[in-house]
Design a protein around this ligand. Structure first.
Ligand code: SF4
Length: 266
């Protein structure tokens, strides 16, 4: 039996608190969008009437149709999330939520004084749920692991950004623990000094899937930029503050590799 994702220890379909933040904002975004569009329609009503008497009604029907379509998209997206079953329409819905609604959710979240980092975390968790529902099975050649440079011990002089195997496995950071996993599954791994470099690696290699370790901000922007390539995001821990001597849950990296990499038959 496949191991459970360490982040969902109880039941795979149990929604976590962070996920409810995302769902609340998603629905509220739709409400705000509907109100904004209605006011736009009301403001332009007289102007449209002067052009042609039927125009306000026609534009109203088109805008109402657009609102209903987005609402239906959100409802179907939530259905996939809650039932945990993939569907043929999941791709356009992921696109709608990832590309268009998530930036709006950050703005709406500010109105409720929800920390941006909390929204980014919830987005990463929801994205991971969608990746799991999709059920990836990728050849080791077609998946890459991206690590942030801040996982490396701050005093270490080894140039692991050129080649992670330059690491001497001295035990001062977790880079040395990750290398045996890469060797076991023969997976490519890059250490990126920032989001720009990570995006460059992905654009050059065009993998079928990515396992990325980073902070909520970098992970959420990376997931958006890489779309439609599925990115399974693992949030790093920052006991000494951002960007220095960060840690990662090794169980989650192992879990992701075991579940998304399909080893070729011998
Ligand atoms: S484990 Fe590797 S990367 Fe980490 S401090 Fe030691 S040599 Fe440097």
């Amino acid at each position: 039996m496949a191991a459970r994702d360490p982040i969902c220890q109880t039941k795979d379909l149990t929604m976590q608190k962070q996920e409810w933040v995302f769902i609340f904002l998603l629905v509220f975004c739709w409400v705000c969008l509907s109100i904004g569009i209605f006011f736009f329609w009301r403001l332009t009503f007289l102007g449209l009437q002067q052009i042609h008497p039927i125009l306000p009604r026609l534009i109203g029907i088109i805008l109402a149709g657009f609102i209903l379509l987005v609402g239906l998209g959100i409802a179907l997206f939530l259905r996939i999330l809650i039932l945990g079953k993939d569907s043929w329409y999941s791709y356009p819905l992921r696109r709608l939520v990832t590309r268009y609604l998530f930036p709006l959710m950050v703005i709406v979240g500010r109105l409720f004084r929800i920390q941006e980092e909390r929204i980014q975390q919830s987005f990463v968790i929801i994205n991971n749920r969608m990746v799991k529902i999709k059920g990836l099975s990728v050849h080791p050649d077609r998946i890459i692991i991206l690590l942030p440079q801040c996982l490396q011990n701050d005093d270490c002089k080894m140039r692991i950004t050129k080649d992670i195997r330059c690491c001497k496995k001295c035990g001062k950071c977790q880079i040395g623990e990750i290398i045996p996993l890469l060797d076991k599954y023969n997976i490519m791994c890059w250490v990126a000094t920032g989001g720009t470099l990570a995006r460059k690696y992905i654009a050059e290699y065009r993998p079928d899937a990515v396992i990325a370790i980073a902070c909520p901000r970098d992970l959420s922007s990376g997931i958006i930029d890489c779309f439609p390539i599925p990115v399974y995001g693992i949030l790093n821990q920052r006991p000494e503050g951002p960007c220095v001597n960060t840690l990662v849950d090794m169980d989650r990296i192992s879990w992701a590799i075991q579940n998304f990499v399909s080893l070729p038959k011998q």
